[in-house]
Design a binder for this molecule. Structure first.
Ligand SMILES: [Zn+2]
Length: 274
């Protein structure tokens, strides 16, 4: 990334995980945010997912690629494989996951959360880089003290999950509320259910994570450039249309002002219609 600047973006939901590193790759504007903070000082529970999405919107981010370590539950998925998940199950606790908790209410659908057009492109780039990529799968998100071990494998398996992680179920919803196109790249740090890989441990995740990330660095460069140049007409950019529950005539003014960057497109389109 060239011409890198560090940009702090205050939001009504507090600070983001860190500053955003904003710069250019091949002339395209890219922003990078380390979700756990650059020194990994935020746990999956304390990452400010809502502030992160709000700040991304304020920066003008239109497309997000979420790279996330997870365990694989399918026998033919191996550590070091990549998965473009397309279904989410969230079994985390009370960490805030929505910008629309009071006064103005919207329920975005998790069905179809994955931007099909950009995920197709991501898949092709990862394929071309010679990586093993699985297209689609159900990812379950659990609290951190829960992940790992046979018990959570059985738990996840009972719910039909094929991957298990700690962040995605909380990270995706506010990004959808911000009408940002989303792709989740899961990188498998272990074959969680498989006996031959010896289950999961924190040490294994710590060992395999950097190996996976090293493989991803070059293709990620192509991904961010190609996605920046991608033009689509998908419904990701108008998600609030079907999700808004509160009549706009009843919007609480102060809340509407707080959420201005998120609501701008919705209010503009709906004032046109009537
Ligand atoms: Zn999209």
């Amino acid at each position: 990334m060239e011409n890198v600047r560090e940009v702090a973006v205050p939001t009504p939901f507090g600070d983001a995980s860190d500053v955003f590193f904003v710069g250019e790759v091949d002339g395209e504007r890219i922003a990078f945010l380390p979700r756990h903070g650059r020194y990994h000082t935020l746990s999956p529970y304390t990452v400010p997912y809502v502030a992160n999405a709000f700040a991304a919107k304020m920066l003008g981010v239109e497309r997000a690629v979420l790279v996330s370590a997870c365990g694989g539950m399918k026998k033919d998925w191996k550590k070091g494989d990549f998965v473009l998940f397309d279904q989410l199950l969230d079994f985390t606790g009370d960490s805030p996951k929505s910008m629309f908790l009071k006064f103005i209410i919207a329920h975005v659908a998790l069905e179809g959360f994955r931007c099909a057009a950009q995920s197709f492109k991501v898949h092709r780039i990862l394929d071309d880089a010679g990586l093993t990529v699985h297209d689609g799968g159900k990812l379950i998100t659990v609290e951190q003290f829960f992940a790992g071990g046979w018990a959570s494998s059985i738990f996840a398996d009972r719910f039909g999950a094929e991957g298990i992680g700690m962040t995605t179920g909380r990270e995706v919803p506010p990004l959808l509320e911000a009408e940002i196109h989303v792709t989740v790249i899961g990188h498998l740090t272990d074959g969680n259910g498989s006996e031959e890989e010896g289950g999961v441990s924190a040490a294994l995740v710590k060992e395999q994570g950097p190996v996976n990330m090293a493989r991803l660095i070059d293709p990620l460069r192509d991904i961010v450039v190609e996605l920046a140049r991608l033009e689509t007409t998908c419904e990701c950019a108008t998600r609030l249309d079907g999700a808004m529950q509160t009549d706009r005539a009843c919007f609480v003014h102060r809340r509407q002002q707080e959420l201005a960057p998120i609501l701008a497109r919705y209010l503009r389109d709906h004032s046109k219609q009537g």
